[in-house]
Design a protein around this ligand. Sequence first.
Ligand code: SAH
Length: 251
Amino acid sequence: MASEAGPISKVLIVVAMQTEAMPLVSKFKLVEAPAHESTFPKGAPWVRYHGNYKDLHIDLVLPGKDAVFGVDSVGTVSAALVTSFSIQTLKPDLIINAGTAGGFKAKGASIGDVFLASDVAFHDRRIPIPVFDMYGTGARKTFTAPNILKELNLKVGKLSTGDSLDMSPHDEEVILSNDATIKDMEGAAVAYVADMFSTPAIFVKAVTDIVDGEKPTSEEFLQNLIAVTAALDLAVTRVVEFISGKSISDL
Ligand code: SAH
């Protein structure tokens, strides 16, 4: 791992879905690591693309397809597993968790906005016992990257994570109490693992659907996924360009 002062050399991009990953794979001309070269344990469906971009080595990992249902393994468990193993084997200097998210218009989010998360929390871990309640749904600060924010003109907001695409009234209560602007299914899990291994992580999230709007979330999500993924791709590219040649303390 690079010291705080040395230039960043290894970046790990963690994404949840194939659709989110492919534009970045082609943008950075990454190639899939063949099975015999894989640092991942046998049987894990995780996928890794890698390559060099300017002076950076980029690894892009995704949890891959569910073995039973064949869909992208979205959600916290898969995200935590692939992040954990990737940190231990690839030893990144910085993690970028890039993905789509729902946004709250009451908090100023619009479709296509790209946010950098300032805080993360889970909203579906209700444990009404003192201190466990805070462990369950309390917000944690993320690594701050004021210069990325300023330079790239991204929006900043609090991110709330849970294992459902929809939102129950219980989830809504927690999300509101944490003052969150965006909602996803992986961010807080990636943050937990990154913190565990003292690896700085930033969360770049593009809004595919308005949670407090009229349209059903899944419909709106699917309608906007491709266009918003392009916005996400552009923002991540700009973040990577910015990072190149800099040290962690420059971010
Ligand atoms: N692959 C499925 C659905 C993916 S689930 C399909 O194509 O229908 C949604 C993914 O997008 C998750 O990885 C999640 O992090 C993110 N996401 C987008 N909008 C969200 C919202 N409103 N709430 C939670 N997660 C959201």
